[in-house]
Design a protein around this ligand. Structure first.
Ligand code: MN
Length: 261
């Protein structure tokens, strides 16, 4: 089994090393990761400049491949060339910080796993829901190996990846594992408007911590309860429940050039 791992925190992040070391017992592990932090880069790919891949020593002395591309680029590079043969599993992480609810399309971590699915390979993303300390990473690494073994024997449906979040708490405080749906997070007050020393306005995105809608069965609720959340994510973003509503609007009646347009 060949496993490609990547992340969006960069090749020198500790979460990547924990993942690599845990997955090594399942097969050959190839690391292709961004050469710098690329968090919140979403599912972007690089089309207008050359991509480089450099063999580097990671912090534990092992070799990995660092690229100037995005996390999704790293998956393409790994699968199509660097791995040197078929890749059976793509794992992205272990990300520092949660990827829950509406974070998913911003997330470079989750998007890298999406890219794996686009390439027809079983994939999952794994994150620790904490921005500081080491709690959760060892658990997440072992859980990733457990999940990897399950995916050796079982196949996810087509176009589906798994998004895993592990609470950033000591292992004995983790209160279970739940298969969840994607919840909702609200980012209120997420823009700060400031003035620079030259008198020009600039903005910072980020701002306050998101407010989660803590509905039962969702990823945000599981993490709020210190449970591991495992969400199957489908790449088909169609709002099926809205199809009939939008059809009701008779959108097809539009005629270019008439006075009512
Ligand atoms: Mn990240």
């Amino acid at each position: 089994m060949t496993i490609l791992i990547t992340n969006d925190d960069g090749i020198y992040s500790e979460g990547l090393l924990a993942l690599k070391n845990a997955l090594r017992e399942l097969g050959k592990v190839v690391v292709v990761a961004p050469d710098r932090p690329r968090s919140a880069s979403g599912h972007s790919i690089t089309l207008h400049k050359p991509l480089r891949v450099e063999k580097v020593r990671m912090l534990d002395g092992d070799f990995g491949y660092a690229s100037n591309g995005t996390p999704s680029d790293c998956v393409s590079l790994g699968v199509l060339d660097v791995a040197g043969g078929p890749v059976d599993l793509v794992v992205s992480g272990i990300n520092r910080g949660p990827n829950l609810g509406w974070d998913l399309t911003y997330s470079g971590t989750v998007s890298a796993a999406m890219e794996g699915v686009v390439m027809g390979i079983q994939s999952f993303a794994i994150s620790v829901a904490s921005y500081e300390g080491d709690e959760g990473f060892d658990y997440a690494a072992k859980f990733a190996a457990f999940l990897g073994r399950i995916l050796q024997k079982n196949k996810l449906p087509e176009s589906v990846l798994l998004n895993v979040n592990v609470p950033g708490v000591p292992t004995d405080q983790i209160r279970g594992i739940e298969v969840t749906t994607q919840g909702k997070r609200h980012y209120a007050g997420r823009i700060e408007k400031r003035t620079d020393p030259m008198g020009r306005v600039y903005y910072w995105l980020g701002g306050d911590m998101p407010q989660d809608e803590l509905a039962e069965g969702t990823d945000v609720k599981a993490i709020a309860d210190d449970k591991v959340s495992v969400t199957p994510i489908h790449l088909d973003l169609t709002g099926y429940a809205a199809l009939d509503i939008v059809r009701e609007w008779k959108i097809e009646s539009f005629k270019y050039g008439t006075s009512e347009d």
